[in-house]
Design a protein around this ligand. Structure first.
Ligand SMILES: NC(=O)c1ccc[n+]([C@@H]2O[C@H](COP(=O)([O-])OP(=O)(O)OC[C@H]3O[C@@H](n4cnc5c(N)ncnc54)[C@H](O)[C@@H]3O)[C@@H](O)[C@H]2O)c1
Length: 317
């Protein structure tokens, strides 16, 4: 198993370290901030205990031992096949770190960036290794949510996409590919549409924040943990997706036409939603609730793993 480097050992970098180490790779973490990578290593130890308690891994100590802290970027990148860049979401910071990586990277090493929304073309144009760079955007935490969006810059070589895709599959992630850069990639473009309508329902006084959330957690979201929107509608009309479009296409076109003029994400609306959320969950309990979310995700991950292993139905995507 070839070593993997993580550059930037914050929330997401530490999550990636677990993904690669869990699959058997030696992982070297490098962070510019003093002591940050060592602190990440301690936090990773706690997360691995949680994963063992949830029945998702057998030997947390063995996985933890594969992860080491590198004192320099050069030491982190020595002989690695892949670098997962996970520094701050800022063009200047990512541009600078790409120059540093470019100065020490090996001739065959790929660089995937965890960038949530900044296209790789905005910070890799100047580097010699740019054909081996792309966005590899995870969902947090990546060791529980396996999706990773691969988004090539115009100069990313097709072999880079293929190679990173194969690596991600080998470590148990689920890669999806964009053919070219588009703001928000796939996941946040989909989430953006849903959020826009969620804000709008509250802005228009049509529903409460709680009821919008319940509609997803007790309705739409139940299916979404194992099938996407196209498969959902394919199974929601006797004749499949074309039948669904014939029956309900008019409704969706009419909704879309009636809502184009609204403005959402206004400061007043955000304040209203914030107030409703804080009534349900005080700000000092956000961390506790996030830990609860991760435990629920662990239970779901275990359930999905067992169901997937036994699944022989046609149409699996
Ligand atoms: N937080 C999320 O939910 C999430 C999800 C998906 C993707 N992302 C993306 O992942 C990336 C990292 O986000 P995060 O939430 O982990 O941020 P974070 O602030 O937790 O961690 C960033 C780390 O990068 C380090 N760093 C900054 N400059 C550096 C450099 N030149 N060399 C080495 N280390 C450096 C910082 O010291 C810090 O420890 C961002 O691009 C973000 O958009 C975040």
């Amino acid at each position: 198993m070839s070593p993997i480097a993580i550059v930037g050992a914050g929330l997401v970098g530490s999550g990636w370290a677990i993904v690669f180490a869990r699959a058997g790779h030696p992982v070297r973490m490098y962070d510019k901030a003093d002591g940050a990578a060592a602190r990440a290593l301690a936090t990773i130890g706690d997360r691995l205990q949680d994963l063992q308690a949830a029945g998702l891994i057998d030997d947390p100590a063995e996985i933890h031992a594969r992860i080491t802290v590198a004192g320099t970027l050069q030491a982190a990148l020595q002989d690695v096949v892949y670098v997962q860049e996970s520094v701050l979401e800022n063009v200047a910071v990512k541009t600078a770190v790409m120059s540093e990586i470019d100065a020490v990277i090996g001739p065959m090493t790929w660089v995937g960036s965890s960038s949530s929304g900044i296209a790789a073309s905005l910070y890799t144009q100047h580097v010699a290794c740019r054909a081996r760079c792309l966005v590899a955007h995870p969902v947090n935490p990546p060791y529980l949510a396996p999706i990773v969006e691969l988004v090539p810059a115009p100069w990313t070589a097709p072999e880079t996409v293929q190679g990173v895709r194969a690596l991600m599959e080998a470590v148990g992630q689920v890669p999806v590919e964009m053919t070219r850069e588009a703001e928000g990639f796939i996941l946040n473009r989909l989430q953006g549409v849903l959020l826009m309508e969620a804000w709008r329902l509250v802005e228009d006084g049509l529903a409460s924040v709680e009821d919008v959330d319940r509609t997803v957690s007790h309705g739409l979201g139940l299916r979404w943990s194992f099938m996407g929107p196209f498969e959902t509608i394919d199974l929601n009309a006797p004749g499949g997706v074309a039948d669904y479009a014939a029956r309900l296409g008019g409704l969706y076109r009419s909704i879309a036409a009636s809502t184009t003029a609204h403005l959402t994400w206004t400061p007043e609306l955000i304040a209203k939603v914030e107030a409703e959320r804080r009534k349900v969950l005080p700000a000092d309990k956000l961390g506790e609730r996030s830990a609860w979310r991760d435990r629920r995700l662990m239970a779901l991950a275990r359930h999905k793993r067992e169901m997937d292993a036994a699944d022989t139905t046609p149409g699996k995507v």
